[in-house]
Design a protein around this ligand. Structure first.
Ligand code: NAD
Length: 366
């Protein structure tokens, strides 16, 4: 039996609701497997701006550094949209990623069998399934590059800069090859090497790394083609490795193929021994906040990744994943994953009831 320290950052909108779901599920895991989870609830995002004037207070970063792992709900909302870019809630995300050195973002996009009908693709394509692991570079590229406004030949212009070093490309590349080695042995590297110099360095670096992984096949796709192939033949992808911005966009596209953005978990990892950060890929969904209608499964599946990757508790992680599969197989659905054609075989539930169903499943298999 071990004691683990977990930083919980509920944030804004539906963030607190899905964070409560994670806490409930972790408590159930603690009870079943005899662990102790000690939680530190921390401020970040809009709620932190209101309380302290800062989107990411120093105390939050310090507490995250002392934890074994961090879970973040979501940040942002219309009430903070008028603030200048560097004062907005979303700065908390970029700040946490850079200050905790989280350079690798892993986003599994899995189409669960019971949700095949929620997939917007042609049934013949959905029938082949989808199990893709995105490895997105998280602390470099255009989101962190030099930016600004200046006077250009046509008047005011704005610019953002995409820059990647070999070191940055290699470290995310190695994570992708290692993951593929434990999966189906196939890495697809996505870039825009026909246009961008940073992509040409990305491609040649990936190609060189491939020599160290003889059991993994590597292919390359331009990002525009990748966005088409994801819809045409999603089953053919195993691990997709790509830059910060391309990964942001393509993984949201893949999220839709799984039925809902409310199904996709993520892990952000840095150097071994550093706490990883786990979060659903969706935002704070202000349109449904406080209504007990958010899908908590992306967050609960993020907690499973936390158990496996940061706490090295694979059995506990698998128990959570199986409980999620089970409640879906039993026909439980939040509104976002409801199949309007098959209403009679489904029970539509809210955030809390879905969470309790997962917990009941975990308790049942004790
Ligand atoms: P969003 O992901 O919050 O919502 C997009 C749509 O998906 C909305 O219709 C929403 O209701 C729905 N949705 C999202 N999560 C859901 C869930 N768990 N269950 C059911 N439906 C769900 O994206 P947005 O509307 O573009 O952004 C809203 C706010 O969130 C903005 O302030 C944005 O900056 C912020 N944001 C934060 C993060 C983060 O904290 N990681 C990520 C993206 C956006």
């Amino acid at each position: 039996m071990r004691k683990y320290r977990i930083a919980l950052i509920p944030g804004d909108g539906i963030g607190p609701e899905v964070t409560n779901a994670v806490r409930r599920v972790l408590d159930q895991i603690a009870q079943r497997f005899g662990h102790t989870f000690q939680y530190d609830e921390l401020l970040a995002g809009g709620i932190a701006i209101d309380a302290t004037g800062e989107p990411l207070p120093e105390a939050t970063v310090a507490a995250c550094r002392k934890s074994d792992a961090v879970f973040l709900g979501a940040v942002g909302g219309p009430q903070w949209d008028h603030l200048p870019g560097d004062r907005r809630p979303e700065q908390a995300l970029l700040g946490l990623r850079s200050q905790l050195g989280l350079y690798a973002n892993l986003r599994p996009a899995i189409l669960f069998d019971p949700l095949a009908s929620a997939c917007p693709l042609h049934p013949a394509i959905a029938a082949d399934g989808m199990d893709i692991m995105f490895a997105r570079e998280l602390t470099g590229g255009i989101y962190f590059g030099e930016r600004g406004r200046r006077s250009g030949p046509l008047g005011l212009e704005a610019f953002d800069t995409e820059a990647y070093s070999v070191t940055e490309i290699e470290r995310i590349g190695r994570i992708a090859f290692d993951l593929a080695g434990r999966r189906r042995g196939h890495v697809t590297s996505v870039d825009k090497a026909n246009i961008l110099e940073s992509s040409r360095l990305w491609r040649s670096t990936m190609q060189r790394l491939a020599d160290d992984y003889p059991d993994v096949a590597l292919d390359h796709l331009y990002v525009d083609n990748a966005s088409m192939q994801l819809i045409r033949r999603p089953a053919s992808f195993d691990v997709i490795v790509t830059s910060n911005m391309f990964g942001d966009i393509l993984s949201d596209e893949a999220a839709m193929l799984t039925g809902s953005i409310g199904m996709l978990p993520s892990a952000s990892l840095g150097r071994p021994g550093q706490p990883g950060m786990y979060e659903p890929i969706h935002g704070s969904a202000p349109d449904i906040a406080g209504q007990d209608s958010a899908n908590p499964l992306a967050s609960i599946l993020s907690a499973a990744m936390l158990l496996r990757l940061s706490l090295d508790l694979p059995e506990e992680a698998a128990a959570v994943e199986q409980a999620v599969s089970r409640v879906l197989a039993d026909g439980l659905r939040t509104a976002d994953i409801q199949d309007k054609q098959a209403e009679s075989s489904q029970t539509i539930v809210g955030t809390r009831a879905m969470t309790e169903a997962v917990c009941a499943c975990l308790a049942m298999t004790e």
